[in-house]
Design a protein around this ligand. Structure first.
Ligand code: ATP
Ligand code: MG
Length: 306
């Protein structure tokens, strides 16, 4: 079992049509047909949206995305129109709202990995490949790969795992031309972002992008990939402090590790295998997790969290 422990009722705003409640974000359409993405403070782990929120998380993730879209703007177009809060929406949407161009989304989770860990490591230990790509012997948890690799996945419904797929499968799904473009753009954007992160003392181990095409763009430009969704946040990426990098053991990361560790510790009393919903997080775990998110923001952008 998995999903939401308590599924929130969407906030109704006059003039906005509610489209979707995701694990973390709520999606609306405004009167101009634009997409309004509102990031919540919800947190998910082990395919569950937990019953406890992490204060400021929605604002941190939104502002980190916006910052990254700016850093990457010369490399790839993005879907952001503005960060204005729509009229009539709650004041607490400020800082966690992105008004976006509605795109035709390409149904592939475009993952780039420069280091081996997570689901990549599991596959590697089983058969020396990741998404069907052969890798050299002798790599361990946290090893740097000889070169960044494109390891796509197909998107799953809430409560399901995304599934790693081969490049050939992506080509079958979206066509060879688009598949090649997705791979090339994913690696290019990851490589740039990795340099930026490295300058700030962080390793960008892996990340996930989503792309779409703009049906409203003119002839010819219609097929150009546009970077969408959230980008390079601590929810969509693994960042590790470079000065603590030590392959062979799990790396301390800037994501939900604190939450995952607590949930699987005896202290939580949660039996993951027994299909029961996870319990609320203790305040101390909430505080440490919040600090981890704001620290990632501060280290990357160089600006104090506000
Ligand atoms: P999760 O990411 O937690 O697995 P989810 O994908 O269902 O869940 P969100 O990520 O919160 O939920 O929802 C964002 C949705 O909006 C995704 O389906 C994403 O593909 C889609 N999306 C992002 N940017 C755009 C865009 N510019 N146009 C159209 N759809 C978009
Ligand atoms: Mg999503």
């Amino acid at each position: 079992m998995s999903g939401f422990v308590d599924k929130p009722e969407p906030v109704q705003v006059p003039g906005l049509e509610h489209l979707h409640t995701g694990k973390v974000r709520d999606l609306y359409r405004n009167g101009a047909g634009e997409l309004v993405m509102v990031a919540s403070d919800r947190i998910s782990a082990y395919d569950w949206v937990l019953p406890t929120v992490i204060p400021d998380k929605g604002r941190v993730l939104t502002q980190l995305s916006v910052w990254w879209f700016d850093q990457l703007a010369d490399l790839v177009p993005n879907h952001v129109i503005s960060t204005e809060v729509p009229e009539g929406a709650p004041a607490d949407w400020a800082g966690r709202t992105m008004v976006c161009r509605p795109l035709r989304m390409i149904p592939v989770e475009c993952v780039a990995r420069g280091y081996l860990t997570g689901s990549g490591l599991k596959e590697y230990e089983r058969d020396r490949t990741v998404c069907g790509l052969a890798l050299p012997d002798g790599l361990v948890d946290g090893s740097e790969l000889p070169a960044p690799i494109f390891t796509p996945a197909t998107k799953a419904e809430v409560g399901e795992h995304d599934e790693n797929v081969s490049y050939e499968e992506v080509a079958r799904l979206v066509g060879t031309e688009t598949a090649a473009e997705l791979r090339q753009t994913t690696i290019a954007v990851y490589s740039r972002a990795r340099e930026v992160a490295r300058d700030r003392g962080l390793i960008l181990a892996d990340t996930k992008f989503e792309f779409g095409t703009d049906p409203a763009a003119g002839e010819g430009a219609g097929e150009r990939l546009v970077l969408a969704d959230e980008v390079l946040t601590s929810d969509s990426s693994r960042y590790w402090p470079a000065d603590q990098w030590s392959p062979g053991i799990p790396q301390p990361s800037f994501d939900k590790q604190i939450v995952r560790d607590w949930l699987t510790s005896p202290a939580s009393g949660w039996d993951r295998a027994a299909e029961q919903p996870p319990p609320p997080l203790p305040l101390e775990v909430v505080e440490r997790t919040r600090a981890r998110y704001t620290e990632a923001y501060e280290r990357l952008t160089g600006s104090p969290w506000h």
